[in-house]
Design a protein around this ligand. Structure first.
Ligand code: GLY
Length: 389
């Protein structure tokens, strides 16, 4: 008991310190007056590669700032977040299902944490626009013609990353009382589960279907090692998507069941040192890239699931694994990682953005920062677990 207690105390120190470092990093990024949304950064210099329109990743920057303001009480973070949120407005109608990422994490989170009405307005508008792309005969919102970086896009394609659309619809339904948004959020998430979640709980990123009948034609990955492999972020997006929906809609037990299946698979398959390789099927050799962003998403998802799991023993298992995972990320991957580490402070290293194209395979990724900061908030109590978010 004593050992468990002292481990908890050590965690408290490590986690509080990690939050401080990440807030410093966010402050320095804000003060560098970037011309575009931070996307990925060089871990030696800390310099960001940015995107002009926010790509699919831009919402994680205001998301990080909303969290930073909430944890620190420093409202200048929120002023900065509000400006970036405004810059997302031109994306409300873009024909990409991935605008769910932009407007859930960039806007809905700001409405919840900072009571920002403008952020709420954008999240609701994006949800309504996304809802209008729903195709009842296929049961989902397809990728859309401008879906970022997918090599196969359009009306008869989907992938598990698109669960972010269900998140913003579910959130907007609660906000507006419009049941149609919730109905579509549910159907989209369940159809994607039918297409992408395998029997054993592993996740295949992408699927093509007949846009008339809705029949599944093939499964594949956009960004994974092989057509039938388990790309780490596909698994992680499924985990956080279904865990979020399970907490939001306890009356729909299929989400809890799905969240449990995909989280259990992660638990059974993650490497012993708890940090996922970029794809679970990539040959594990010296130099195989990790993906700390998938790992941070997964850790937060398990905390979320633990908060609603009916079986308290499973809840404890998820909570324990999430805590251990966050401990490893903070200790071994968040700069400085050694006494003589001269790199800028507060960088989550070894995120792998796009291995297939060789882009940013060992970098800081803005969504990795967001999810590590969020998991740290839950573990330290800075973000009460029962607060809507
Ligand atoms: N498209 C989402 C991702 O790369 O994780």
């Amino acid at each position: 008991m004593k050992n468990v207690d002292s481990m908890k105390n050590l965690d408290d120190i490590l986690f509080d310190d990690a939050i401080e470092k990440m807030l410093l990093r966010a402050r320095q990024t804000a003060e560098s007056h970037l011309q575009g949304f931070p996307h990925y950064a060089d871990v030696e210099t800390g310099n960001w590669t940015t995107t002009n329109d926010g790509f699919w990743t831009g919402g994680f920057w205001p998301g990080t700032l909303w969290l930073a303001g909430y944890y620190s009480g420093d409202t200048t973070f929120w002023q900065e977040a509000a400006q970036w949120n405004d810059s997302l407005e031109s994306r409300v109608e873009s024909d990409s299902v991935f605008r769910g990422f932009l407007f859930y994490f960039g806007s809905a989170v700001g409405a919840d944490l900072a009571a920002n009405e403008r952020a709420a307005e954008l999240a609701v508008r994006a949800a309504q626009s996304l809802c209008s792309t729903f195709r009842p005969h296929t049961g989902l919102m397809p990728l859309g013609s401008s879906a970022e970086e997918a090599h196969t896009v359009g009306e008869n394609e989907t992938n598990i990353d698109s669960l972010s659309a269900s998140l913003v619809l579910a959130w907007a339904s609660e906000r507006t009382g419009n049941p149609e948004l919730k109905r579509v959020a549910i159907e989209h998430a369940l159809t994607n589960a039918d297409f992408c979640v395998r029997e054993d709980g592993s996740v295949c990123q992408s699927a093509s279907f007949d846009s008339e009948s809705g029949k599944l034609l093939r499964t594949y990955t956009h960004k994974g090692y092989a057509l039938d492999s388990t790309w780490a972020r596909a698994q992680a997006w499924a985990m956080v998507g279904y865990a979020y929906l399970a907490t939001k809609m306890p009356e729909e037990p299929r989400f809890l069941c799905l969240a449990d299946r995909v989280c259990r698979w992660w638990m059974d398959n993650v490497p012993q040192d708890l940090v996922a390789y970029w794809d679970f099927d990539a040959p594990q050799e010296d130099g195989t890239k990790r993906d700390t962003s998938a790992t941070a998403i997964a850790a937060y998802a398990m905390l979320k699931l633990a908060s609603v799991h009916e079986d308290r023993r499973s809840a404890r298992d998820y909570q324990r694994l999430a805590r251990e995972t966050v401990r490893v990320l903070c200790r071994d991957y968040l700069t400085p990682t050694a006494d003589d580490d001269q790199r800028p402070v507060g960088i989550l290293t070894q995120g792998c953005f796009d291995h297939t194209r060789g882009v940013a395979t060992e970098n800081e990724l803005i969504w990795g920062d967001y999810f590590l900061l969020k998991a740290l908030g839950v573990l330290t109590g800075a973000l009460p677990v029962d607060r809507p978010r």
